[in-house]
Design a protein around this ligand. Structure first.
Ligand code: PHE
Length: 344
């Protein structure tokens, strides 16, 4: 019996269960109710009195060893460490791990935000689920404006019976919230996701990302707007990039304009990105309509302001010559990995 016990002790010392299941097998084998130790104690009952004196001690020690080993193995496994494999070569270099990459839209957003931060703009955020007031009415959208139509806006039916809740269609809603809740001057940009009820194709998606901006203070003029956006474009696309403003219309700005830059791909000589015009449109802008300022509790006699808004997808498409919007949300690593070197 002594020899058998010695053999078991050697076995126990060498045991290295790799997981909780193997540890449980170990416990059942030695310490279980039908286990080896229980069995040895049974056999012990029928040995001679003389043998008992010696064996009793050995058997008890064996039991303690098995229990101690079990506790130690359990602790090692619980702390997530595998028992050391004596064959492991600790001088080998560790397994490297692959570094992820930023999403191209994040890269563009970071770049845009960075430029405006250097001009003293702060970043403001707001809810993606909005009410009619913040998304439309405060922004001077007339009651019958087509943008409120089901075809353009995702309305949300709420149990509360409120039927004017929608996914925001632009981050101008954040401008309203900011003006309602603070006092001029305001100098902020609003990056965020927006939603429109469009059929998904290479050129349109039901959601996209914007950076809008707002500057309200005394004596803010259209010249300030032009200079700010001109500077932005020089920073984003490089010195010498040309800009032009075309008159446009938005309910919340007056006058309104759309801004084009000389084609970032061909430099203005004409290519299929700019449809051979030499210009590409990148944003909408204008002087904040006095009605909007008044809707937000700001004295439009004392304060003026400008606002602008751009699509991050559009800027990214122009920068990396991406022609299909769907690539941004498909999570295809073959696409995403191409932006690996651009981690900021
Ligand atoms: N909110 C406009 C849009 O979503 C962009 C814009 C913002 C235009 C501010 C002018 C001024 O298209």
């Amino acid at each position: 019996m002594q020899d058998t016990i010695n053999q078991y002790i050697a076995e126990i010392n060498a045991a290295s269960p790799a997981n909780a299941d193997e540890l449980e097998t170990f416990r059942i084998k030695y310490l279980g109710t039908k286990g080896i130790i229980k069995d040895l104690f049974e056999q012990f009952k029928s040995v001679s009195a003389e043998e008992k004196r010696v064996l009793g001690k050995v058997l008890n020690e064996f039991k303690q060893t098995a229990e101690a080993k079990f506790n130690q193995l359990k602790e090692t496994l619980d702390s997530g460490l595998k028992t050391q494999d004596s064959n492991q070569d600790l001088t080998l270099p560790g397994d490297g791990f692959a570094l992820g990459s930023r999403h191209p839209l994040s890269l563009t957003r970071i770049e845009i935000v960075d430029i405006f931060k250097r001009l003293g703009f702060v970043v403001a955020e707001g809810p993606e689920i909005e009410d009619d007031w913040h998304n439309f009415s405060a922004l001077n959208f007339p009651e019958e404006h087509p943008a409120r139509d089901m075809q353009d806006t995702f309305f949300i039916k709420k149990n509360s019976g409120q039927d004017d809740i929608a996914l925001r269609t632009h981050t101008s809603s954040v401008q309203v919230r900011m003006m309602e809740n603070g006092k001029p001057p305001f100098r902020a940009i609003m990056p965020g996701r927006v939603y429109r009820n469009e059929a998904i194709s290479a050129r349109a998606h039901c959601f996209f990302h914007q950076v809008e901006g707002l500057y309200v203070d005394e004596n803010v003029s259209f010249a300030d707007l032009k200079q700010t956006l001109y500077h932005f474009v020089q920073e984003l696309y490089g010195e010498g990039t040309k800009v032009r403003f075309r008159p446009s219309y938005f309910p919340f700005t007056e006058p309104s304009a759309e801004m084009d830059v000389s084609c970032t791909i061909c430099g203005g000589s004409g290519c299929n990105m700019c449809k051979y015009s030499g210009w590409v449109e990148i944003l909408g802008c204008g002087m904040v309509d006095p009605n909007v300022l008044e809707n937000c509790g700001i004295d439009s006699k004392k304060y003026t302001g400008f606002a602008f808004g751009m699509g991050i997808e559009r800027i990214t498409n122009l920068k990396y010559v991406i022609r299909d919007l769907r690539l941004f949300s498909e999570n295809d690593v073959r696409f995403l990995q191409q932006f690996k070197t651009e981690i900021i």
